[in-house]
Write a protein of this length. Structure first.
Length: 273
């Protein structure tokens, strides 16, 4: 009995260690391992910059007003809130096994290399470089294996679909600001939304090319073999579910404040002010 009493705590300790080693990672841990949290951190600045530049280019609002609206947009989005929404979605929609699979992917050297490239390319200021290098990269990779992999990548990542939705959100915010500037004679928010949604088909063609340009730029230093592994992950059960939850959460977080932003713009641009 004495010998057994000495052995038993050791067995219990081993069992506890085994359980700890194989416990599924939390949704928050998985998000931190991915590049998503770093990319989301740039969303407030990206949305602000997009709407501010669009307003200035329209020529219908003074630059100082466009800058003020840009500040309103930036303050309307919180990276922490977007991340919290993603974590909640992952906790609800992914099983422990799926979270473990996603975590294992992001711990690989290939995933870390790709994540670094994605974060760098997601900076708001990177878009200027993407546009500048698009003709060169399109020529360089024309007819290549990498070019042939784009459709699979786009479908698995929902890149074009997500980008179209984001573009519509930005345009809706822009149109709401312009409508507010016009005053009582402007179209209503719902009318503007229906008009912009009606252009979705045309936008898909334009955005698809932009996504392809971004794809070539982002992964230019990633080999076709490495890109293939990434696409396999995105197409897997765990990767597909992870991508779906992330894109849906981000899209909802982007579109939810748009109407409120339009109302704030209306008050700011009201002739009485």
């Amino acid at each position: 009995m004495k010998a057994f009493s000495q052995i038993k705590p050791v067995l219990v300790s081993i069992a506890l260690l085994w359980g700890t080693a194989h416990a599924a990672p939390s949704a928050e841990t998985v998000l931190e391992a991915s590049p998503i949290d770093d990319i989301v951190a740039q969303y407030p600045a990206m949305m602000s910059q997009g709407i501010r530049q669009g307003l200035k280019q329209s020529g219908r609002i003074p630059p100082f007003a466009a800058d003020s609206i840009g500040h309103v947009v930036s303050s309307s989005y919180s990276a922490a809130e977007i991340q919290a929404r993603i974590i909640s979605g992952l906790e609800t929609s992914l099983s422990d096994e799926q979270l473990q699979s996603v975590m294992e992917w992001y711990e690989t050297p290939v995933a870390k290399k790709i994540a670094k490239a994605e974060v760098a390319a997601s900076r708001p200021e990177a878009w200027v470089e993407i546009q500048a290098r698009a003709p060169e990269l399109n020529r360089q990779f024309r007819g290549s294996e990498r070019a042939g992999m784009f459709d699979r990548f786009d479908k698995a990542s929902r890149a074009t679909e997500s980008a179209v939705d984001t573009s519509i959100a930005v345009q809706l915010g822009l149109a709401s600001a312009l409508a507010a500037f016009k005053g009582d004679n402007a179209a209503s928010y719902d009318q503007i939304k229906r008009q912009i949604e009606g252009q979705r088909g045309m936008l898909e063609g334009m955005v698809s090319q932009q996504v392809y340009d971004s794809y070539l730029f982002t992964y230019q230093n990633v080999s076709a073999a490495e890109l293939g592994l990434y696409i396999q992950f995105l197409e897997s059960d765990a990767g597909s579910q992870f991508s779906r939850v992330v894109t849906n959460s981000i899209q909802q977080a982007i579109t939810d404040p748009i109407e409120s932003i339009g109302s704030q713009m209306g008050r700011m641009l009201s002739p009485a002010n």
